[in-house]
Design a protein around this ligand. Structure first.
Ligand code: JHZ
Length: 419
């Protein structure tokens, strides 16, 4: 059942046209059912209240090839109020971001006269690397808590959603950027074209936008279905991105493959066309794989079904053997996993997470309590389901003490396995 939130406008809308090209030829190939909101972690006082749920279906655009979900939940509900995601809780992400910034400082010869803008700058995790070097920065982020943290860390931040109108204002004030970062945000915005048009407006003619987004190819190959949730409206291929940018006078000239978040792309996008082989080669690879047709995506649904059955069977078998199970990572993707597979407190006793803003709350839909990671050594569950499997190496190294006590991890994707 879908429960409406108390807002004056609809809490969500179902699209009938492609978010990028406007075509009505949308073909749904995966339906995960009605799902709670992945980052709406439940407080103890709210446990008895009904939780809002929204449909979660994924479609392919027959015209521009963009993969997208069909429901748009009001971004004010998703991101502005009480958003618990703080980028700085992952040392691996901090190191990844610092290396990116230092590379650009060198490649683009950035100095005190330069301006670096980040869209969705969160808690300042990336821009602080430029601040250290006296390079001008501006962060833009709608989430109040993370934006406050960024300001306290010395990163000037506008606490608002980046839109075409904001871009126009900044450009009129002469605040155009040498580098615009947009990490894990392009997939999150409902007005995809407005966002890209705005990006063009705030970019100098010789500037570069450096954009990171999860790549739909590893999602399909490794059955990373749990990275699908309402915050992620789009699941990009290079083919779909290339068409989107060109519509706004921008060119995807270079790309890098990144391991982060289960497989992402770093895109170098500029107002001048000089497409390199990293892009032309990947476009050719996508054509060869058939990613420009729905057939490529068709069997994902049955593969998700197999994973769901196998994971549930493994957890029920362990419980039948008298084992105790906890989970690691109150990640947004963890919410999709526990809710789609149906993992409740009968299977998993608690979830641990280093993010202090998540501790003390509960996983959406399943009311599993979230504790600090120390609970693993204190309570010694026999198994830990790794919901943040994208940080498996980092987390397992950190949890050596728990593993030395005999604790084992269960990695859920691409197929459940015990390590
Ligand atoms: P994490 C995030 O999704 C946020 P999530 C967002 N939805 C997005 O777009 C994608 O990334 C790409 C914790 N943790 O980052 C921190 C530890 O406790 O994989 C997080 O709560 N200890 C905007 O939420 C969670 O795990 C650790 O050592 O699915 C990881 O969540 C580490 C490394 C993490 O993504």
């Amino acid at each position: 059942m879908t429960v409406a939130l108390a807002f004056s406008r609809p809490a969500s809308e179902t699209i009938t046209e492609c978010r990028s090209c406007g075509s009505d030829r949308l073909d749904v190939f995966l339906d995960l059912g009605d799902m709670p909101l992945a980052d709406r972690l439940v407080r103890t006082a709210e446990l008895s209240a009904p939780e809002p749920r929204f449909p979660l279906s994924v479609a392919f655009c027959e015209d521009c090839t963009l993969v997208q979900i069909t429901e748009t939940v009001d971004p004010e509900i998703l991101f502005a109020q009480d958003y618990p995601y703080y980028s700085s809780f992952s040392p691996a992400l901090l190191a990844h971001s610092r290396a990116n910034a230092l590379d650009l400082v060198e490649r683009r010869r950035l100095g005190p006269a330069s301006l670096v803008v980040e869209l969705a700058s969160n808690d300042g995790y990336l821009l602080k690397n430029y601040v250290e070097r006296d390079i001008g920065v501006l962060g833009i982020d709608p989430a109040t808590g993370p934006a406050e943290t960024a300001r306290r860390a010395g990163v000037p931040t506008l606490n608002l959603f980046f839109t075409r109108e904001i871009a126009r204002r900044l450009a009129a004030e002469g605040r155009r950027a040498d580098v615009v970062h947009a990490n894990n945000v392009l997939a999150h915005v409902a007005d995809t074209n407005g966002f890209v048009a705005g990006l063009r407006m705030i970019l100098k003619d010789d500037g570069v936008a450096v954009i990171e987004a999860p790549y739909v190819l590893p999602l399909v190959e490794h059955v990373e279905f749990d990275t699908i949730y309402h915050e992620h409206l789009c699941y990009f291929s290079v083919t779909a991105l290339d068409r989107l940018f060109r519509r706004h006078g921008l060119y995807l000239n270079e790309l890098k493959h990144l391991a982060i978040h289960g497989g992402s792309l770093r895109l170098y996008v500029e107002p001048v066309e000089r497409v390199g082989t990293s892009v032309s080669g990947q476009l050719a690879r996508e054509r060869a794989l058939g990613m420009d047709g729905i057939a490529f995506y068709r069997d994902l649904s049955s593969r998700v079904g197999t994973l769901k059955r196998d994971l549930a069977a493994l957890l029920y078998r362990l419980k039948a053997e008298g084992k105790s199970i906890a989970a690691y990572g109150a990640a947004a993707k963890g919410a999709t996993l526990v809710n789609h597979v149906g993992i409740g407190r009968d299977l998993v006793d608690f979830v641990v997470d280093r993010n202090i803003h998540k501790q003390g709350r509960h996983m959406p839909g399943q009311a599993i309590p979230i504790l600090a990671p120390e609970a693993l050594v204190e309570r010694r569950p026999d198994y830990v389901l790794l919901l943040a499997w994208n940080f498996a190496d980092e987390i397992m190294a950190q949890q050596q003490a728990y593993r030395d006590l005999g604790g084992r991890f269960i990695i859920p994707v691409p197929e459940p396995r015990i390590v």
